[in-house]
Design a protein around this ligand. Structure first.
Ligand SMILES: [Zn+2]
Length: 378
């Protein structure tokens, strides 16, 4: 499952490929994603321009700018763009059958992810596929409304993406053959496409007309980013709960973006047992854990994240941090520090990997919950 370093890598890859680009059309597959896609979003997205690409926790945030005039004025005949952007016509006989309701098609057939190209086209399809008037889009800054100055004085729009378990969010030339499990395609104004592929479909793509509102909601649910966390904040958050360290690190309201892999690696680096009750940590141990979280995540970002199964960055490249795991996924193998065999046990409902010698749970307050005791090596 992509965690912070993987999402950050995707964001860094996508940033130069997307910033300044105009989304000219959107297509969705028939398959349902983790969060519902509103078919009306395709028309709203068409014509917006990418202002920035960011990350918050494990979310990818694509900041958009509205077109200055909504809806787009129809193009005079024969004055289209220079023919470099075919409006993705539906292949003959490959459309939806009849007048299906906007909901997703029944699943279970065609799991190879055949793209139903015009899915969201019933609402505003023509607007969505209209070529932009000449002089717009490509570098035409005045054609777009600055941030926070949307129609009616509202906020600016946002495309929010979560990679779920197997999501891939990449930019490729539009003539790149479509892979299976492709669920959303955002056509760009430069002959490329932003593609969302997700085999297991725990991921999602959502459009928000009011960026500020959704960010405010997210900030209410997410703790601070794990870089440069305030030491006092972290000590208070950790010291205020009897849950074990694994549970605390996985809690996105404490620190945003940490998942199973990096929680295990951070505990190892801090020499702290993942099953240790958080409120038994000394201030120094709290500080060590905070620094370990930041160090592990920083190093993983430098390595473009970890590719366990399907993860690739925004340019399609795999990560490299999986080659540097000290404990994660290394049950029975040697601890890189002391050569003891790495152990796997369940904490916070998740498989947790640790060195029973370096990450000693003994001699502290009694461990909470049902976990097995670990034995001290010699
Ligand atoms: Zn060890």
């Amino acid at each position: 499952m992509p965690e912070l370093p993987e999402v950050e890598t995707v964001v860094r890859d996508l940033r130069p490929l997307l910033t300044g680009r105009v989304i000219t059309a959107v297509r969705r597959s028939a398959f349902k994603l983790r969060r519902t896609w509103n078919p009306a979003w395709a028309a709203e997205l068409a014509g917006t321009r990418v202002e920035a690409v960011r990350r918050r926790g494990k979310w990818i945030l694509v900041d958009l700018e509205w077109k200055a005039d909504l809806p787009p004025s129809p193009l005079p005949k024969g004055k289209g763009r220079k023919g470099n952007l075919p409006p993705n016509p539906l292949p003959e006989g490959k459309g939806r059958k009849g007048n299906l309701p906007p909901g997703p098609l029944p699943e279970g057939k065609g799991s190879s992810g055949v793209m139903a190209r015009e899915l969201d086209s019933r609402i505003g399809s023509n607007a969505a596929l209209l070529p932009l008037p000449s002089g717009r889009g490509l570098g035409g800054g005045s054609a777009f409304l600055p941030s926070g100055r949307g129609p009616g004085g509202g906020s600016s729009p946002l495309l929010r993406v979560h990679l779920g378990m197997t999501g891939q969010f990449t930019v490729v030339p539009a003539d790149t053959p479509e892979p299976d499990h492709l669920h959303a395609v955002f056509t760009l104004d430069n002959g490329h496409e932003l593609r969302f592929r997700d085999q297991r479909r725990f991921g999602s793509a959502e459009f928000f007309a009011d960026r500020a509102a959704v960010e405010s909601e997210m900030n209410a649910e997410l703790g601070p980013e794990p870089f440069g966390i305030d030491a006092d904040y972290f000590r208070a958050a950790v010291g205020g709960t009897g849950r074990n360290l694994k549970a605390v690190l996985l809690d996105q309201t404490v620190v945003a973006g940490v998942g199973n892999i990096y929680a295990d690696e951070a505990c190892f680096r801090a020499k702290l047992h993942p099953g240790r009750p958080a409120n038994t940590l000394t201030a120094a141990e709290c500080d060590a854990l905070r620094e370990a979280v930041e160090a592990v995540l920083t190093r993983a970002v430098e390595s473009r994240g970890s590719t366990i199964r399907d993860y690739v960055g925004g340019s399609g490249l795999r990560g490299g941090f999986q080659n540097e795991f000290a404990v994660y996924g290394r049950t029975g193998e040697s601890c890189p520090t002391c050569a003891a065999a790495v152990v796997c046990a369940r904490y916070a409902g998740r498989a947790s990997h640790f060195c029973p010698r370096c990450q000693d749970a003994e001699g502290r307050a009694p461990a909470a919950g049902k976990k097995k005791r670990t034995t001290r090596g010699t």
